[in-house]
Design a protein around this ligand. Sequence first.
Ligand code: CA
Length: 387
Amino acid sequence: MTRSWVPGADESLFGLDNLPYGVFSRQGEAPRVGVRVGDHVLDLAPVLDDEVFAAPSLNPFLARGRTAWQETRARLQAILAAEAGGNRAAVEPHLVPLDQVTMHLPVEVADYVDFYASLEHASNLGRIFRPDEEPLKPNWRHLPVGYHGRAGTVVVSGTPIRRPCGQRMPGPSFGPSVRLDIEAELGYVVGAPTRLGERAGAFDDHVFGVTLVNDWSARDIQAWEYVPLGPFLGKSFATSISPWITPLEALRPARVAGREQDPAPLDYLRRDAPWGLDLTLRVELNGETISTPSYRDMYWTPDQMLAHMTVNGASLRTGDLFASGTISSEGAFGSLIEVTWNGAEPIKLADGTTRSFLEDGDTVTISAVAPGGIALGAVTGRITPAT
Ligand code: CA
């Protein structure tokens, strides 16, 4: 690990090997791009003397492509390294304590796609929603199943989540969802675009980094609407992401081969490089840990998701976000519908109350750690009553 002169950085999970990007502001100032170092955010535009970082989103920087991402990261690591003490006096005034800033949506989200890549999650949901059928549909092991979500309702961590209303099962009846759930996921942020008609190239030429995602899901709305065209209003009311985008470069020590696949996928889905990630997530409900699913054994890896998403010539745009789908592993689940087995086994909280699904006032926080002593920025949200 390269040591830093920034106080507390080396002892934190946000040292020089991490350096996630976000958009921040201080009271009365315009939002702009920074990187997190320990419990500080570094204001990049003045430090790097580059107006691309004065923008209120990461998009202009992401559009520059991989070489620029690598050069910027190397410069920041050099500036912040302990042996670069000569820079300190010039850089330190641009280091802002995190408790003095407001974080904003880091990316202007272009298109949003959500996959369904966990074998455990897809099997569990199949058993719950379609108890009389095979849990997996015949296509599931042949392609990474996904759907196009609603980019305009992707919100930054901390945004209150209003309980949605809609047509609910059983019934149908109309009213506030009474089966409001979470989905703990990993999101991939696209930097370099493609042209219409062109397939994506190498995964890390296009994808800049990752962010934690909570795909809030109203199960009673979803259960009624999802056949035959898939999720719609049961998901589109809000999707929360972390304010921090962790560069792929920071996740090198976390990379793993990805789960063995049977049958072998078609050629265009063949893995050329290990893009599985050894991440351990933590899901907290009102501060209590309710699950610690692992990302490591997800069936479909994100390079396969990218290849599939563009195999028909659909173009990528800077700011596209695609998410993994709920991360469930053996015995550790990324949604309440699995944790409580559709409400049949409610969880008991320390305050003596139980939960099958979320109550108004509940706060859910998802965090993750990776090998190499780094953490992803957490994503949190609190449920407010329906109106
Ligand atoms: Ca999802």
